[in-house]
Design a protein around this ligand. Sequence first.
Ligand SMILES: [Zn+2]
Length: 323
Amino acid sequence: MTLARRSFLKKSATCACHLALAASVMPVAARKLWAAESLGQVVAREPFGTLEKVADGVWAVISRPLDGDRTTLANGGLIAGKNAVLAVEGFNQPAGAQWLAAKSLELTGMRPTHVVLTHHHGDHANGIAGFQAGGASCAVHSTAITRDIVIGRDAKAAEPAPARAATLSGAVLLSPTDATTLDLGGRAVRVVPRGGHTQSDVTVELDDPSIVFCGDLVWNGMFPNYVDTTPSKFVGAVRGLKRAKDTIYVPGHGALAKEREIDRYIAVLDEVEAAARKSYAAGISADDIGKTFMLSESLGQWALFSNIFYPRAFDAWYKELKA
Ligand SMILES: [Zn+2]
């Protein structure tokens, strides 16, 4: 890896950065896998992704940024009740949030009245002000940690983002310890505090129909970014969000998932953990195992967006094993 690329990756350490590299390095077969036939009914198709109906009043945004359009970049969605609509995620650009707000109006007769940020990474948070564009009223819900990290990052950034700071400063804070229930009118949504992908992650959950918006705790067909991850907590959170009953999972990246895809994903995380423990005990460096590691073929095809992703996963595990 060249020094220039290494420093680029270091500077832009969010889950978005590697996706920006993906188009050039992702094998054709893996791209097809991502674009596989969806579990949802597509109601809108855009250059940056699709909006898919998952159940009555529930839609998932499935972003497909590999051709270079990163308007939304992360997945998210809409959940409608009788008198309120909740959007999930702020997306990569304000234009992504504005697009989803317009779709909400078309599909439900209402713009989003609430939005939940699952975590601080730029591809999920940077577009949040788009929901309040033109003076629209939309309550932002995030944990204090997520709010403070985004505002702190912006304060140090070369380009100021006053609209984002203003939007987040007014956030309604989610409890870091207990689930928060949002009543949308005949539909209760639970926002569940979890963690592991970052210091503070939340999932957005419905019981009937059973649907979980997973944020970046779940990646489907795409190897996860361990950049801010505490691996044991991460794996525990993934096991914790899996339900015994038939459920649709909206991952942070990749196509909609069901039990089979979640089990395959957990097997990927377990295989990384086993390899990390074995190589750590054998005195092999994280960089060396990261450069040679391959997932078992039985786990199917996983897009690896950058060569740094395996070393980064082992780095995260080694930090924890050393502690
Ligand atoms: Zn993330």
